[in-house]
Design a protein around this ligand. Structure first.
Ligand SMILES: NC(=O)c1ccc[n+]([C@@H]2O[C@H](COP(=O)([O-])OP(=O)(O)OC[C@H]3O[C@@H](n4cnc5c(N)ncnc54)[C@H](OP(=O)(O)O)[C@@H]3O)[C@@H](O)[C@H]2O)c1
Length: 327
């Protein structure tokens, strides 16, 4: 169950940032093929945002819904979108009038009457403390514009503040083998409150796939090039804020822990869904092959307790000093 949305979702979903932009071009046919393959592989939750490709990701998902004959609603599929980051990042922009305009645009892009889930997209800190903001979100639910709302957060502190809101359906947070802090307080608090947890960036932007080396070159239009030091947005969203060389070293330490017949990416996803309170993990996929491989991690056996301890040891030694105090 996806928190207070009341919707049933499988543990592996799909992140659709890649289908919008910021990761180099993915053409529309490949994007649609990635989405259909994810659905055929059992995925029934897709995460997108109004900002991804300035609406392109939402529009492609809308095309998928139409091709499945789902006009006006998403059927068995749950689509979570996000709003807020097309506007200047000042708290005043998070107001009722903008929420209405932003959700109307997302409804048009997706071709649905009502959004299944809308998430505030990592808003500035004061937004979390504003009763007006949450009253305005409640109003969107009351008039049927959205079925439920959540927040996507940067820090554990923001997550804990948001979880106190009585009608919050979900939080979305970075959680992976390089980002363990949410396990301390956020996941237990979400579980206690009945708030769903959407775990994002589970592969640390692909680092945890184990495919990259010191020589790997990412495109100039890929955030793994242009945001490596947080030049455009929060550096915690690119390689989870881990320095690239340290990330490669940690990956080499993880490799021997991976069971036979399993890829490092699948291992990394299994690690996330082994965490109690995670409702759904949303690996981003740039092609059908990745979408299929990721979906299959749901059927793997949970990792052994010793393996979980070993992952934590690697985190404590190499990663913790870089990330734990920041997010
Ligand atoms: N602020 C926010 O709310 C926010 C921020 C970030 C992300 N998100 C959401 O979270 C989703 C997931 O995060 P993310 O996409 O940033 O990072 P991610 O899921 O950790 O990494 C995605 C990358 O991993 C690689 N990959 C995926 N599946 C693979 C497989 N089976 N085998 C090998 N490599 C694989 C691909 O890299 P290559 O491109 O190199 O092939 C892909 O682009 C996003 O799509 C988005 O929906 C939200």
């Amino acid at each position: 169950m996806l928190g207070r949305t009341g919707r049933k979702v499988g543990v592996i979903g799909l992140g659709a940032w890649q289908l919008g932009g910021d990761w180099g071009q993915v053409d529309e046919r490949d994007a649609l093929n990635t989405l259909s393959t994810a659905l055929e592989s059992g995925v029934n939750f897709i995460d997108t945002a109004d900002e991804y490709g300035d609406g392109r990701s939402e529009r492609i998902i809308g095309a998928l819904l139409r091709s499945h004959g789902q006009t006006g609603h998403t059927g068995e599929l749950t689509v979570g979108t996000k709003m807020g980051r097309r506007a200047a990042q000042i708290p005043e922009n998070y107001n009722a009038a903008n929420f209405r305009a932003w959700t109307d645009r997302s409804r048009r892009n997706l071709g649905v009457e009502r959004l299944d889930l809308v998430q505030l997209h990592c808003p500035p800190d004061p937004v979390y403390a504003s009763d007006e903001v949450f009253d305005a979100l409640d109003a969107l639910v009351e008039d049927g514009t959205v079925a439920a709302y959540g927040v996507s957060v940067r820090t554990c502190e923001q997550a804990l503040t948001a979880i106190r809101r009585p009608h919050l359906a979900t939080i979305q947070i970075v959680l992976n083998a390089f980002r363990l802090k949410p396990l301390e307080q956020v996941l237990p608090a979400a579980a206690k409150a009945g708030v769903g947890v959407i775990a994002r960036v589970p592969l640390a932007s692909g680092l945890l796939s184990g495919r990259y080396t010191a020589k790997t070159v990412f495109g100039a239009d890929d955030h793994r090039t242009y945001n490596r030091r947080g030049e455009s947005f929060d550096v915690g969203e690119t390689f989870s804020g881990v320095d690239y060389a340290t990330g490669l070293e940690a990956v080499e330490r993880l490799r021997p822990l991976v069971p036979e017949g399993v890829t490092l990416a699948q291992f990394a996803l299994r690690w996330v869904i082994d965490q109690e309170a995670v409702s759904v993990v949303i690996p981003g996929a740039r092609n059908a092959e990745q979408a299929r491989a990721n979906a299959s991690a749901a059927a793997l056996a949970p990792l052994a307790p010793d393996t979980h301890r070993a992952v934590r040891d690697i985190y404590d030694e190499l990663i913790r000093p870089q990330v734990h105090h920041q997010w």
